[in-house]
Design a protein around this ligand. Structure first.
Ligand code: FNR
Length: 323
């Protein structure tokens, strides 16, 4: 992927407006008698087996251009400040040309906590190891973006090796691997296949937030927005996976506010990723961004009080209705 395409993605993602999504149809049962206060709430959670202070993480976005370098620098400082995980953008560009490595390495310079690399499934085990070493990552994410590839004029057309590569990476790495989508959601068919490949962690990365079909349509000359038919909303996928026992489920895609985070946790996610939300912060001063995240975290606690739940692990007992 070229540097200019990376910058297009950032510019066009920032232009997308927040919209209604299926989280709006989930209504959680509240209480006026929680019998505890905001300061009694404990937000400690886990992500890919690592303990984290809050149930949120900065999800995959960028790397590989000057602007991407600045964004990664800004976001990794925030990740460090709050002790939350950060997933880098696709390292593909740096695996092909080491001149681009610094825009990824900057994340590790700033953030000593949980850092997750990111590749596409065209790469084999040896490249996956290189991606991890490049940033001294604690884990690796592999993104599945089949529809996005197919709508890009310069995108991939041959997916013969994807499953085989995922299997060898999952079985050959000594670090956790999470497989994610990029905002169109992992289907049940994909998830069933991933399980047979040995995958234990998925990030559903559904629709309702950043929309790559719209972004690619704006970049190219063809309008492929009708393929949105294949988009699966994050909340719907989580509901479908409610009884899943063999996978650790992480949620992302269209998470707009603290209530969407809590709803995801109620629906069975162990932690919740946000991309666009954090990208928006890049437009602000660092101190302002810190203040916004502090408020976000405090609001997570307030919502836990409204639900009468002190611990993240107990959120999945909360009753809910679907409108
Ligand atoms: C992304 N996303 C992404 N995902 C990935 O696995 N590798 C990548 O390189 C990128 N690149 C990227 C660039 C930009 C600018 C954005 C906004 C997003 C997808 C991202 O991780 C996430 O799945 C979607 O953005 C949906 O989440 P939000 O934005 O609705 O919170």
């Amino acid at each position: 992927m070229s540097s200019s395409r990376k910058d297009d993605h950032i510019r066009l993602a920032l232009l997308q407006k927040e919209k209604a999504n299926r989280f709006d149809d989930i209504v959680l049962e509240s209480t006026d008698l929680p019998d505890f206060g905001v300061n009694d709430v404990n937000l400690k959670s886990s992500y890919l087996g690592y303990e984290i202070s809050y149930p949120i993480y900065i999800n995959a976005m960028t790397g590989g251009s000057e602007k991407a370098h600045q964004i990664n620098e800004f976001l990794s400082k925030l990740a460090s400040h709050f002790n939350i995980p950060m997933v880098t953008g696709s390292q593909s560009i740096a695996l092909k040309d080491s001149n681009f490595e610094d825009s990824f390495k900057v994340t590790r310079l700033n953030h000593k906590g949980i850092l997750v690399g990111n590749i596409n499934p065209n790469y084999q085990l040896e490249d996956a190891k290189r991606a991890i070493t490049m940033i001294d990552a604690n884990a690796l994410s592999i993104h599945l973006n089949l529809v996005q590839e197919l709508v890009m004029p310069e995108g991939d057309r041959d997916f013969t090796k994807w499953s085989e590569n995922i299997k060898s990476i999952v079985n050959g790495l000594d670090k956790p691997v999470v497989v994610k989508q990029v905002g169109m959601g992992l289907s049940q068919k994909t998830i069933n296949k991933l399980k047979t490949l040995g995958v234990k962690n998925i990030d559903v990365a559904g629709s309702g937030g950043t929309n790559f079909l719209e972004i690619e349509t704006k970049r190219g000359k063809d309008d492929y927005s009708y393929l949105e038919d294949f988009s699966l909303d994050t909340a719907d996928i989580l509901i479908q996976l409610k009884n899943e026992k063999d996978l650790n489920i992480y949620a992302s895609g269209g998470i707009r506010n603290p209530l969407d985070v809590i709803k995801s946790l109620v629906l069975g996610a162990k932690a919740v990723g946000m991309s666009k939300f954090f990208l928006n912060l890049y437009k602000l001063d660092y101190e302002e961004a810190v203040e916004i995240i502090n408020k976000f975290i405090y609001d997570l606690k307030k919502i836990m009080v409204i639900l009468g739940v002190k611990e993240i692990a107990d959120l999945n007992k909360v009753k809910y209705k679907i409108k």
